[in-house]
Design a protein around this ligand. Structure first.
Ligand code: ZN
Length: 275
């Protein structure tokens, strides 16, 4: 933050009433700007106030924090690194057609946790622990397609909007401090995807649907997604269900729904595009 920026924050901390007034203005402006838009692929009408740039900024802040805390775990060479970068690049290329203003980037962390997530704005984290479950590139494309779908469908921003926290998120971006700790913690928790709060089941289902079409567009056989979700169903019944399933809750009908979207994914499938 610049010296001038620090000065502003110091001024606001010292004068909470001024800070509250500024926050109220920020909230008011944002409420006016809440827009109606359609999600990619599923074409569901949704209401979001945070812009793509604001989502990118919030996601990038969270990403930088995560990478700082896990510096020693970052995998930056070797076959697993190459594989994750290769598959992510194909999925990101497809997702970027829906969200050209997001900055896509994937980081592989060495951690025995079967999970992955994508922050608002396109920053992706994959743990090495999920790679054995993916089995092949198409399985990994299923996971990454699902994760980036949460970002392109703006699921976090949508939840922030639904919970009337847009003003708080905007205030965090602006460096204004006039909100209650509980609201602040809630926004950070919503941003900390893959660690704290699961998405809703309808958002999960939508990410399955969009992700399936994305992986097919990226050149991966969508039938492999069905195989992947069947493996996850089995793994979920085991003694130690993958963390991915607790962060991405679904129900027994997930595999059947994915099967139902296969014809659409087959039409989107472009074999050989991924090499
Ligand atoms: Zn999910």
């Amino acid at each position: 933050m610049s010296r001038a920026g620090k000065g502003v924050v110091g001024f606001l901390v010292a004068r909470p009433l001024v800070a509250i007034a500024i926050a109220a203005v920020v909230v008011g402006v944002l409420l006016l700007q809440t827009r109606s838009q359609k999600t990619p692929v599923t074409q569901r009408e949704q209401h979001v106030a945070l812009t793509d740039a604001q989502q990118s900024q919030l996601g990038s802040q969270q990403y930088a924090k995560t990478l700082r805390a896990n510096r020693a775990r970052i995998v930056s060479s070797g076959p697993q690194y190459v594989r994750v970068q290769r598959v992510a690049k194909h999925i990101e290329t497809v997702a970027a057609r829906d969200k050209p203003d997001f900055t896509w980037k994937v980081t592989l962390l060495r951690k025995n946790v079967a999970n992955a997530y994508c922050l608002p704005g396109g920053k992706i984290v994959v743990y090495t622990g999920i790679l054995p479950l993916t089995e092949n590139d198409a399985g990994l494309a299923t996971v990454l397609g699902h994760e980036v779908a949460h970002a392109t469908a703006e699921h976090v921003a949508e939840r922030i909007e639904r919970e009337h926290l847009t003003g708080v998120a905007a205030a965090i971006l602006a460096g204004v401090v006039a909100f209650t700790p509980a609201q602040y913690v809630r926004v950070l928790a919503l941003l900390d995807a893959g660690a704290t709060l699961p998405f809703s089941r309808s958002q999960e289902s939508e990410a399955d649907h969009i992700g399936l079409v994305y992986m097919a567009r990226a050149g991966y056989d969508p039938h492999e997604a069905l195989a992947f979700w069947k493996r996850m169903l089995l793994a979920g019944k085991g003694k130690e269900p993958p963390e991915f399933l607790s962060d991405h809750p679904s129900d027994a009908h997930r595999v059947e729904r994915v099967r139902g979207w296969l014809p659409e994914a087959e039409r989107a499938y472009r074999p050989g595009q991924q090499s």
